[in-house]
Each structure stands twice: as C-alpha cells, then as structure tokens.
Ligand binder design. Structure first.
Ligand SMILES: NC(=O)c1ccc[n+]([C@@H]2O[C@H](COP(=O)([O-])OP(=O)(O)OC[C@H]3O[C@@H](n4cnc5c(N)ncnc54)[C@H](OP(=O)(O)O)[C@@H]3O)[C@@H](O)[C@H]2O)c1
Length: 245
C-alpha cells in the first residue's frame, strides 16, 4: 500500500531511462537513483567494462540495468544505440544527457582547435545527436522527460575554461529552446546546473572535496524532476554546495 512517506518509491516501474556518461561520477549516481525508482537504467558511455561494473552494482542492489556502449560524439554510434533501444525496448521515458568532458588547462588563445572540437563535440553536439535520435520515440509516445546536465559554468565566466563554459552556455540555450519545441508534444525538458562536484572531471584544485557537491546530490535533483506530477515541470535547477568548497 502506498503511504505518505514512500509515494515516490518505484514510481518509474516499467519505464526506460537512458543515461549517457553512466560509467562513473554523476552519471553513475543518476543511473543508480533512477534504477532505485524502478526504471530500467540504460547505461551509455564509451567504456563497456566500466559500464558493466556500474550495471553490476545496480543489479546487486535489486535494480535493472542494461549496457549500451555509445560515443556521443559519433552520430552513427548514437543512432545505432537508439535503433537498438527502439527495437529491444520500444520506449524511452527519461533521457539524461550527462556525458561530458572538462577542459580547464589555460586561456582560450592557447587552446588547440582539436581540444576545442573535443569539448564542444562532447558537451554540446553530443546532446544534439542524442535528442535527434531519441526525441522521435518520445514524440510518438506523447510523453517523456529530457534532462540535460549542464553546469553553473553555463551561467558564469570561467577563465582558463572558456571552451567548457561555451559548451555549457550553449547547452543551456539549447535546453531552453528545445523545451519550447517539445512541450506541445507533452515532453518535459529540463536542465541542471551543478556547481563543483566531487568526481574525476577535474582536479578542482584548492577545493575541499568534502564541501563540494557529491554525485548523489545531482542524482537527487534528477529524482525530483522525474517524480514531479505530469502537469508541470521544473525547467532549470541551479545546484550549489551549502558551504563554499
Ligand atoms: N564534476 C563537476 O564539477 C561538474 C560540475 C557541473 C557539471 N558537471 C557535468 O556533469 C557531467 C558528468 O560529469 P562528471 O563530473 O560525472 O565527470 P566524469 O566523472 O569524468 O564522467 C564523465 C562521464 O562521461 C562519459 N563520456 C565522456 N565522453 C563521452 C563520449 N564521447 N561518449 C559517451 N560518454 C562519454 C564518461 O565515460 P567514458 O569516458 O567511459 O566514455 C563518463 O562516464 C558532465 O556533463 C559535466 O560537464 C560536472
């Protein structure tokens, strides 16, 4: 029987949640959370072995997870993953575009064009590829939730990380616009902008890891979004650590 305290438990049973960049850090925490809510978590990333070990921990905790290797910078790879998911599962209820790379090595005028391409192709173009591949399934079902993991850097200047900042400012603009394109299809599109989070993405020099956001804090924000009643949606969450790290 449902109670006041556990009404969110298992609320995603029967649903499929795709998480890009699920092999570690924030993506792995989101995958664990969504599986904890009852969804089948589809883990995407480039390293099958790391994805498999996350899937194993989810299975050991009683959840369901499936691994689909995918490189978000390759339109062929994302398209193949979408085809596989469509033919084997037939639905996508939640898409979390989390895969991302850092780039905090110095001023923009010293950044190589290759590094620029790698950052923008992963953090911004990859999200376009993913939405291009998966939104049609949601449109067909007239339901779905897309959650893009941006950064507080998408709202602030970031000296020595201009390409990363540009990718996240771009991702915010993409998200706000796609939210308007898809809401008429009953699809909710949200963006989460976390501050510094304790993962391998960057050395976070000079910051106290204990005071930083933890991957589970971002996962909790995702849980809040996907468990919201269907008639409304939170379009943006800016997540900050309580104490400055
Ligand atoms: N950590 C922070 O301080 C922070 C703050 C705000 C926002 N964010 C954002 O949060 C997201 C997750 O970052 P994180 O901190 O958890 O970093 P992380 O620990 O380095 O994890 C990044 C994930 O993205 C995957 N990935 C990278 N390139 C990929 C590609 N081309 N195709 C598919 N997957 C790819 C990685 O897996 P493989 O390498 O195996 O493919 C890994 O699973 C990123 O978008 C990041 O910008 C992070």
């Amino acid at each position: 029987m449902d109670t006041l305290s556990n009404h969110k438990a298992h609320s995603l049973v029967g649903q499929v949640a795709i998480i890009t960049g699920a092999s570690r850090g924030i993506g792995a925490a989101i995958a664990r959370s969504l599986a904890g809510l009852g969804a089948l978590a589809v883990l995407c990333g480039r390293s099958s072995a790391s994805l498999e070990s996350v899937a194993k921990t989810i299975a050991e905790a009683g959840g369901n997870a499936e691994v689909i290797p995918c490189d978000v910078t390759s339109i062929e790879s994302v398209g193949a993953a979408a085809k596989r998911i469509e033919s084997s599962l037939g639905r996508v209820d939640v898409l979390v575009n989390n895969a991302g790379i850092g780039g905090f090595g110095g001023p923009l005028h010293q950044l190589s064009p290759d590094a620029w391409d790698q950052i923008l192709n992963t953090n911004l173009r990859g999200v376009y590829y993913s939405i291009r591949a998966f939104a049609p399934l949601m449109i067909r079902a007239r339901s779905g939730h897309i959650i893009n993991i941006s950064s507080i850097t998408g709202k602030n200047p970031l000296p020595n990380g201009a390409a990363y900042a540009a990718s996240k400012w771009g991702l915010n603009g993409l998200t706000y616009s796609v939210a308007e394109e898809l809401r008429g299809h009953n699809i909710r599109v949200s963006v989460i902008c976390p501050g510094s989070t304790n993962t391998d993405l960057s050395p976070h020099a000079g910051k106290d890891p204990a005071k930083m956001l933890q991957p589970e804090d971002v996962a909790h924000a995702v849980e809040m979004l996907v468990t919201q009643a269907p008639q409304s949606f939170v379009s943006e969450i800016v997540l900050r650590p309580t104490q400055k790290p």
